[in-house]
Write a protein that binds this ligand. Structure first.
Ligand SMILES: [Zn+2]
Length: 133
């Protein structure tokens, strides 16, 4: 199940972001649900340039090619599970490579607002999905 921090994130996720990042989020959340019974909560999709600057972003959220989320339960309470987070990150990066040695499709970081997963796709329009393990 995918939850949203507010209606804003729901509208952006459903209507406005790059279809490829939507697919990545669905695959990521599908694994989390199948393997651990975790739900996810989307905390950030699109940002204005001003919002992105405030968070020290590099602009990818302005383009609609990135989504921030956390594991959560059905009360939208965050679940911290660093062991499974590391496992899922490497699994997803293996299945869906970003397409550049420099960047990853999924990472976990804290840029001041709390730890979260950052999922992103490249600007070229090409995203490949490898055979599932
Ligand atoms: Zn992000």
């Amino acid at each position: 199940m995918i939850y949203y921090k507010t209606e804003r994130q729901r509208n952006e996720f459903v209507d406005r972001i790059d279809a490829r990042i939507r697919a990545v989020v669905l695959i990521f959340s599908g694994f989390a649900e199948m393997e651990r019974g975790y739900d996810v909560i989307i905390t950030d999709c699109l940002r204005t340039k001003k919002e992105d600057d405030k968070w020290g972003g590099v602009g990818i959220h302005v383009t609609g090619r990135a989504v921030d989320l956390n594991f959560c339960n059905n009360q939208k309470m965050r679940i911290l599970d660093q062991g499974y987070a590391d496992q899922l990150i490497s699994q997803i990066n293996n299945i869906i490579p970003y397409g550049s040695m420099r960047y990853k499709t999924v990472l976990y970081h804290d840029v001041g607002g709390g730890g979260h997963f950052h999922l992103q796709v490249n600007p070229t329009g090409l995203t490949t999905i490898r055979r599932f393990p």
